[in-house]
Write a new protein. Structure first.
Length: 354
């Protein structure tokens, strides 16, 4: 930094360097951040310093950053070769005075001052309009992304609800199936119990009827009965074991199916997220290229219009000077004729009096 903060009234003013070398390649436009001493108003005005005479470096804009402790200055290299701005060279004039006049206008003719002031106003209006359009475009893109995210979340919720309904339906069917099997089993056991009771009753009646029969026959009947009960018991135990194994096997198969479905679903969701991320990056890169091309075209059009405007103004000034010169000569000739006529009249008057 070079210069002293201060000035008339309560406004700070100073001249400033970039404090470190800043290099711009051919045609490059870039922003440099420079620290400030003390705290400055964020509405301070920044100008190209009159002592910075490099015509190949264009001063685009400048502003005091948030917090008032630094400034952001944009330069553009309009030459065909790389240029380095020395960090010790004074390049910027900064002032908190909202009515501060560009110091570059103080040393120029009044007409050029007005033209440059008008040009700067037009450039400022163009910049504000571009910022407004860019902000509207960004807001629109943001709304589109938010809408797409909401639709995606809705689809995911619908999908989860369908999966939940399907899972509940299968669980309900499995529960109903188990209940039917239990009812059938219970009915079977009840029938067997009734049959057993009837059989025991019949056997008891027969036993009472045949008490007087031979002891051998009673022992044989008893053994046969015990054998049947043993076989019945073994049959029931076998059925229960087979049923339990079947239930365990079905449960295991169900868990495996659910695990495979979950893995398949997670893989599909992962692939979908990766695809969406690739598409989003491609869209952002394409939009960035379009914005860069549009900004370049606008800059070139602006420079072309500026050159044409300057050429027209130069011609108009030349024609105006020629017109003023003609009018001046005609006025002088007219005044000369009037003086000559007046002198002639005075001579004639004197001659007449003599």
């Amino acid at each position: 930094m070079t210069g002293t903060a201060g000035g008339g009234g309560a406004y700070q003013k100073t001249s400033h360097s970039l404090e470190s070398d800043f290099t711009l390649e051919k045609g490059q436009e870039d922003v440099v951040c420079v620290d400030l001493e003390g705290e400055w108003s964020e509405s301070s005005k920044l100008f190209r310093h009159p002592d910075f005479k490099n015509k190949n470096i264009e001063f685009i804009c400048g502003e005091v950053g948030e917090g008032g402790d630094h400034m952001n200055v944009t330069f553009k290299n309009i030459s065909n070769e790389a240029i380095t701005i020395s960090g010790e060279q004074i390049v910027v004039f900064i002032s908190e005075d909202p009515n501060e006049v560009d110091p570059n206008l103080l040393s120029q003719p009044a007409e050029e001052k007005d033209l440059q002031k008008e040009q700067k106003e037009k450039e400022e209006e163009g910049r504000k309009q571009r910022e407004k359009e860019l902000s509207a475009k960004i807001q629109q893109e943001k709304e589109l992304r938010e809408r797409a995210e909401r639709e995606k979340e809705k689809e995911e919720r619908d999908k989860k609800e369908r999966e939940k309904a399907e899972r509940e339906r299968r669980e309900k069917e499995d529960r109903e199936h188990r209940e039917r099997e239990e009812r059938v089993k219970k009915e079977k056991e009840e029938r067997e119990q009734r049959a057993k009771e009837e059989r025991e009753k019949k056997e008891k009646d027969e036993k009472e009827q045949k008490e007087k029969e031979k002891k051998l026959k009673e022992e044989r009947d008893k053994k046969e009965k015990e054998q049947r009960e043993k076989e019945e018991k073994e049959r029931k135990e076998t059925e229960e074991r087979v049923k339990k194994e079947k239930e365990e096997r079905e449960k295991k198969e169900k868990e495996q199916r659910e695990k495979k479905q979950k893995e398949k679903r997670e893989k599909k969701e992962k692939e979908q997220r990766a695809k969406e991320e690739r598409e989003r990056r491609e869209i952002e890169e394409k939009e960035q290229r379009l914005r860069d091309e549009k900004l370049k075209e606008e800059q070139e059009q602006k420079e072309k219009e500026q050159r044409e405007k300057e050429e027209r103004e130069r011609k108009e000034k030349k024609e105006q000077r020629e017109k003023e010169e003609r009018e001046r000569r005609e006025k002088e000739e007219k005044e000369q004729r009037l003086r000559e006529e007046k002198l002639k009249e005075e001579r004639e008057q004197k001659e007449k009096e003599q």
